[in-house]
Design a protein around this ligand. Structure first.
Ligand code: PLP
Length: 393
C-alpha cells in the first residue's frame, strides 16, 4: 500500500464540511467572502494511512468504550525517539482530549484560585483564557523583539516576575506560536534552572514540535532529569497530521506527584476513555505517516520561502519575522503607519482575508498579523496578492 495523499497543491473545497475555518465566517463577525488563513489547521488531506485506518475501524460498526494499550504507546514512543530523541516511559503518559484541555487541567492541578500563572506574550491566546477562566491571574514575561527580527527572552524579567508574583506555574510554548521561535538548548536550560530554583512547574506545550524549519527542537523534559521532574509535556499528532478534531493529545508527566494531581483533575472533570477514532488515527499517524509527514513539511517550508520572497519583493513596509518553527508566519505591519484598528479593517474588509490579528495574542501583538501557510501555494499567493493590492490602494 502506498501513500496516496501527497498532492499538496490541490485545492480542496472545505466549505459545507462543518469546517471551523471555512464555514463560520459570518457567525464569527467576518464578511461572508473572506479567504481564511487563521486557525491552525491545514488545507491538506491527511495521510491516506490515517484515512484508511479510520475507515477500517468504522466498518466494525461498534463504537463502545475503548482503550488502547502497548501498541499505541509503542507507536507514540517510537515517534518521540526518532523525531525528538526522547525516551518516554509508558507510566508517564496521560491522554487528554486536546492540549488546551491539558493546560486547563494544569492550572487547576498546580495552582489555587487567585494565584498567578506566568506566560510569554505574545502567545497562543487560549494560554491567557484558561488561566483567567479558572480564576487565576495572567503575568507575562513579554518576549522582546530585537533588530534581527527575532524574539528573545528577558531572563532578568522572567525571574523577577516569578519572585514578585509568587509564580508556581509557567506555560512554555516551544516552538512558540505565534512568533515562530524554536528555543535553543541554552535558553531552555536557563528557563529550567530558574524554574527549579523557585519551585515552578513548567507546562511545556510542544504541539508544534514536528514543524522545525531551522535549528533543532529540544524537549524541555529531555534536557535534564531535574527538568523532567518539574514538567508536563504536551504533545499531539493533531497539528502534525491535521487531525485536530480527533481530539487526542499525549501528555507526559514523569513526576508521580505531578501526575497524580493532574489525574485527579481529569477525574473531577469526568474524563476517562477517549474516542476510538482519534486513537486509531493517532496510532496510524505515528506508525505509517512518515512519508506524508516529510512531504508535507517540505511543502510547508517551500511555502514559507515563497512568502518570504513575495513579501521582500512586493510588500515594502511589511516585515516577515524570522521563523524557525510552526507553520504560522508573523508579519509586522507597523511601518505601514496604520493603527491596529485600521490594519484589521484593511485585512478584513479590503483584502477580504480572515487572519489572526496580532492583537488577540496580547497588546504586544498590535500591528502584527499571523498567517497560516499550511495551504496550497495558490491560496497563499492569493492572500498575499490581496494584501499587496489593499496596501497599494
Ligand atoms: C501552541 C498551541 N497549543 C495548543 C493548540 C491547540 O491544541 P488542541 O486543539 O489540542 O487543544 C494550538 C493550536 O493552534 C497551539 O498553537
Amino acid at each position: 500500500m502506498a501513500e496516496r495523499n501527497l498532492d499538496f497543491d490541490k485545492v480542496i473545497n472545505r466549505k459545507n464540511t462543518d469546517c471551523l475555518k471555512y464555514d463560520f465566517a459570518v457567525k464569527r463577525g467576518m464578511p461572508a467572502d473572506v479567504l481564511p488563513l487563521w486557525v491552525a489547521d491545514m488545507d491538506f488531506k491527511t495521510s491516506s494511512y490515517i484515512e484508511d485506518a479510520v475507515i477500517e475501524r468504522t466498518k466494525h460498526g461498534i463504537f463502545g468504550y475503548s482503550e488502547v494499550g502497548e501498541d499505541y504507546f509503542n507507536a507514540v514512543k517510537n515517534w518521540m525517539k526518532k523525531h525528538h530523541n526522547w525516551d518516554v516511559d509508558e507510566k508517564w503518559l496521560v491522554k487528554t482530549p486536546g492540549v488546551v484541555f491539558a493546560l486547563a487541567m494544569s492550572v487547576k492541578a498546580y495552582t489555587e484560585p487567585g494565584d498567578s500563572v506566568l506566560i510569554q506574550l505574545p502567545v497562543y491566546y487560549p494560554f491567557s483564557e484558561v488561566i483567567r477562566d479558572n480564576g487565576r491571574k495572567v503575568v507575562s514575561n513579554d518576549l522582546v523583539l530585537s533588530e534581527d527580527g527575532r524574539y528573545h527572552i528577558d531572563f532578568d524579567d522572567f525571574e523577577k516576575k516569578i519572585v514578585e508574583n509568587n509564580i508556581k506555574l509557567f506555560f512554555l510554548c516551544n516552538p512558540h506560536n505565534p512568533v515562530g521561535r524554536v528555543w535553543t538548548l541554552e535558553e531552555l536550560k536557563r528557563i529550567g534552572n530558574i524554574c527549579l530554583e523557585h519551585g515552578v512547574t513548567v507546562v511545556s506545550d510542544e504541539i508544534h514540535n514536528d514543524f522545525i524549519l531551522k535549528g533543532e527542537h529540544h524537549v524541555f523534559a529531555g534536557i535534564d532529569e531535574r527538568f523532567a521532574d518539574i514538567s508536563v509535556t504536551c504533545t499531539s499528532a493533531s497539528k502534525t497530521f491535521n487531525i485536530a478534531s480527533m481530539m487526542i493529545s499525549n501528555i507526559f508527566i514523569p513526576s508521580e506527584a505531578l501526575r497524580r494531581k493532574f489525574r485527579r483533575q481529569l477525574d473531577a472533570a469526568g474524563v476517562s476513555q477517549l474516542g476510538i477514532l482519534g486513537l486509531e488515527a493517532t496510532r496510524a499517524a505515528y506508525e505509517h505517516g512518515e512519508e506524508w509527514y516529510q512531504a508535507m513539511l517540505s511543502y510547508v517550508k517551500a511555502n514559507v520561502e515563497f512568502a518570504r520572497e513575495y513579501i521582500r519583493d512586493n510588500l515594502k513596509n511589511v516585515k516577515l519575522m524570522d521563523i524557525e518553527g510552526t507553520y504560522l508566519i508573523w508579519l509586522d505591519f507597523r511601518e505601514t503607519g496604520l493603527t491596529a484598528k485600521e490594519l484589521d479593517d484593511l485585512i478584513i474588509n479590503k483584502a477580504k482575508l480572515w487572519l489572526d490579528s496580532g492583537r488577540i495574542f496580547g497588546k504586544v501583538g498590535e500591528g502584527f498579523q499571523r498567517i497560516n501557510v499550511a495551504c496550497p501555494r495558490t491560496t497563499l499567493k492569493e492572500a498575499l496578492d490581496r494584501i499587496k493590492i489593499s496596501l497599494e490602494g
